[in-house]
Design a protein around this ligand. Structure first.
Ligand SMILES: *Cc1c(COP(=O)(O)O)cnc(C)c1O
Length: 361
């Protein structure tokens, strides 16, 4: 099976094997060592000295943890929305009672820092800004460095969804002053679903002290006090931690420069291959993501039929469009553990399937 969706992503053999290891006491020394190693390696890969917590939850749980730990009902929040996941982040803040203003950009493009600046000028009472680093639903990577520069020049709290970018695309958490950054194990981390990782800056901790949103499972203060004794407050997803332990050691050994270069190369190869077939990419070129490529469904193509033919005849799974992009785009994931032959294979499968799905280049 060539699983080319933006998570869960395929895993290397050594990561698969470690997950069949017997369970251990999650309050014992061995688990404590694993948690310690995983947390320290995440600091390296997040490029941060901030606190990092590994929650047993999916990425969305991580977004919820970012919101409930730092905000209070009634807080003014600016949600920068460039796709489905940006909208989800906004909804979470709203559900917990934040006063959310959305700054929506056309799907397929990135957020304009000047527009963000205007929005912050227009309402000085805004406390926090929500930004998606890599919008998986559109295949767009925001210029987070430029956005963060604007947002931090106003000294706002910056909460970042980096679920499908961290560990693949450069994100300097400390240098760019990101206050809370969220990622998920099943995207770029060569690990299975089940963990969300969050970093908290000093400014984030000040916000935690004042936060009045209800929280229990995701309480960062509990996470911090337990991490001091090398534990998690609640029972962790032990096999996911085994996997992260092995995967992160490899990623740290490989080094960030090599990880980023690998993703750039694979993404370029994917985009070049798609364009060579006469397809049109959905994302504006300067924002094209190096973890996921989005393609317009045009020229007679039946997107649903395409996915079915790829599965039935080529044992290949790609992703369709989400929400109102359903039927309008398809997406090819190239994040985490992906080798070039898998990109060759998905491109070859597409080449054969496209005409059968009605595409007339
Ligand atoms: C996958 C993803 C999410 C949601 O993560 P789940 O693990 O499915 O809860 C949120 N934001 C982005 C950018 C994602 O790619």
């Amino acid at each position: 099976m060539n699983l080319r969706i933006p998570g869960p992503t395929p895993l290397p053999d050594n990561v698969l094997q470690i997950m069949s290891k017997q369970m251990i006491n999650h309050r014992g020394v061995e688990f404590g060592q694993i948690l310690n190693s995983v947390t320290e390696n995440f600091k390296t890969l997040f490029q941060t000295k901030n606190d990092i917590f590994v929650y047993t939850t999916s990425g969305t749980g991580g977004l919820e943890a970012a919101v409930v730990n730092t905000l209070s009902p009634g807080d003014k929040v600016l949600a920068v929305v460039i796709g489905v996941f940006g909208e989800r982040f906004a909804q979470i803040a709203e559900v917990y009672g934040a006063d959310v203003t959305r700054l929506v950009f056309e799907f397929g493009t990135g957020a304009d820092p000047d527009k963000v600046k205007q929005a912050l000028d227009a309402d000085p009472s805004i406390k926090a800004v929500l930004v998606t680093h890599n919008e998986t639903s559109t295949g767009v990577t925001n210029d987070l460095e430029a956005l963060a520069k604007v947002i931090k020049s106003y000294d706002k709290l910056l909460l970042v969804d980096a679920i499908s970018s961290l560990g693949c695309i450069d994100l300097k958490v400390d240098a760019w002053k990101c206050d809370v950054v969220v990622t998920g194990s099943q995207k770029g981390w060569m690990a299975p679903p089940g963990a969300a990782m969050l970093s908290f800056s000093a400014k984030a901790w000040e916000a935690v002290e004042k936060s009045k949103m209800p929280k229990f499972y995701f309480d960062a203060k509990k996470a911090k006090s337990y991490l001091e004794k090398n534990q998690t407050p609640w029972t962790p997803g032990v096999p996911t931690f085994y996997a992260l332990h092995v995967a992160l050691n490899e990623l740290v050994k490989e080094g960030l420069d090599s990880i980023f270069a690998r993703h750039i190369k694979t993404a370029q190869k994917t985009r070049d291959g798609l364009k060579a077939m006469g397809l049109t990419l959905f994302a504006e070129p300067k924002y094209a993501s190096n973890t996921i490529s989005s393609v317009k469904v045009t020229d007679g193509l039946d997107g649903i039929k395409l996915l079915k033919i790829l599965l039935d005849e080529h044992d290949t799974v790609i992703a369709g469009g989400q929400a109102n992009l359903g039927g309008k785009i398809f997406r090819v994931g190239h994040l985490g553990y992906v080798v070039e032959s898998e990109i060759d294979a998905v491109l070859e499968a597409l080449k054969q399937a496209l005409p059968k799905a009605g595409f007339k280049a």
